[in-house]
Design a binder for this molecule. Structure first.
Ligand SMILES: NC(=O)c1ccc[n+]([C@@H]2O[C@H](COP(=O)([O-])OP(=O)(O)OC[C@H]3O[C@@H](n4cnc5c(N)ncnc54)[C@H](O)[C@@H]3O)[C@@H](O)[C@H]2O)c1
Length: 331
């Protein structure tokens, strides 16, 4: 019976929704998060005081060991990561360090402390791109960006710890998440924030790249269900079946905000840009009984409303963001 969870990256976008959902389900939760530019405890304000928090870098084995010693978790849910492709193109090294070596530290400690379940949060990007059809859990990993290569390293390490040491590892590979509280470096919040500020909206290439979109609360719920019903050693794709071209996502947001499409500015394509991701999710629906609930129109409307009402949160990050936008979109 798993009761005590250690959630890494719990102050991040998806991790924070998972922390709230798992507290709601009665788990005891502790969070390890170093609070990089992407981490923010404001995401956990409504559950403040209900979990133990450790501001620790997963690259730091000794400090991490003290947390394991103190908390003796039954389950580790590993979200902490450098998570943005464009930043990995600017600075690949930290991706390998955090996503690779940070994960190695967590797997080693989970083995030493005999954790009953380790959920390794990977990504659909490890498969590389697919023009037609869908990736199953058996598809080969062919990562194309430093980010996805570092996630493939993390993913394969989890597999190796299951096969070599018998550590009960489950791997999940979610598709693109969206929703409130996402840092405005990823497509949907960049578009919303730029549109709200009346600024040009950068769209890579001709905007024809396709992504599969999953509302963040659905993702958190799926991982809780995997925790409760998943089988160690298995891999589960987590997708919604909702595929959209980037340009159509941008247009839908502009429509919701009543803004002109003249704001769209096509910019030089991201190097190595994957054309399309698409997941076959029959395994998780068959074996776990999970299916995404939120349709894209509902999820997008909720997200747009949230940013409109919480623009001050975004503005509190303005300095870091504007510097980053300048570098990546060459504004
Ligand atoms: N967002 C998506 O669409 C998506 C899709 C598939 C998979 N994933 C994966 O899900 C996980 C969570 O993604 P997210 O979008 O919530 O990311 P995020 O960038 O919002 O959050 C990452 C969190 O990890 C923390 N962190 C980073 N480096 C750390 C370190 N060295 N030590 C401790 N904490 C550290 C950050 O402070 C932040 O709170 C990641 O592993 C990501 O690769 C994300």
């Amino acid at each position: 019976m798993i009761e005590k969870l250690l959630v890494t990256g719990g102050a991040g976008f998806i991790g924070s929704f998972f922390v709230k959902a798992s507290l709601g389900r009665g788990y005891r939760v502790s969070v390890v998060d170093v609070l990089t530019y992407a981490g923010d405890l404001a995401r956990l304000k409504e559950v403040e005081g209900r979990f133990n928090f450790y501001r620790i870098d997963i690259r730091n084995y000794e400090e991490l060991r003290e947390v394991f010693e103190r908390e003796k978790p039954d389950g580790v849910i590993h979200f902490a990561a450098e998570s943005h492709v464009d930043r990995s193109i600017l600075n690949p090294r930290i991706f390998l360090e955090t996503n690779g070596l940070g994960t190695l530290n967590l797997l080693e400690l989970s083995r030493e402390f005999e954790v009953k379940l380790f959920i390794n949060v990977s990504t659909d990007e490890v498969y590389g791109e697919i023009r037609e059809g869908k990736f199953t859990e058996e598809s080969p990993l062919r990562p194309n960006s430093p980010y996805s290569a570092s996630k493939a390293y993390q993913d394969m390490l989890g597999r190796a710890y299951f096969r070599t040491y018998g550590l009960p590892v489950i791997t999940v590979r979610p598709c693109n998440n969206y929703g409130p509280w996402q840092y405005p470096e990823k497509l949907i919040p960049v578009v919303i924030v730029k549109a709200l500020r009346g600024e040009p909206i950068p769209v890579y290439g001709d905007g024809s790249n396709v992504r599969e979109w999953l509302y963040v609360e659905d993702c958190a719920e799926s991982i809780l269900m995997v925790l409760e019903k998943g089988k160690p050693g298995e891999v589960y794709n987590i997708g919604s079946g909702i595929e959209r071209k980037n340009l159509n996502v941008v247009r839908a947001i502009l429509k919701l905000l009543g803004k002109s499409e003249e704001l769209i500015k096509f910019v030089k394509d991201r190097p190595g840009h994957d054309y399309r991701y698409s997941l076959d999710t029959s395994k998780i629906s068959r074996e776990i009984g999970w299916r995404a609930k939120t349709d894209f129109e509902t999820g997008l409307e909720k997200t747009v409303t949230w940013y409109r009402e919480n623009l001050s949160w975004v503005m509190s990050k303005a300095r870091e963001l504007e510097e980053y936008w300048r570098r990546v979109y060459q504004e």
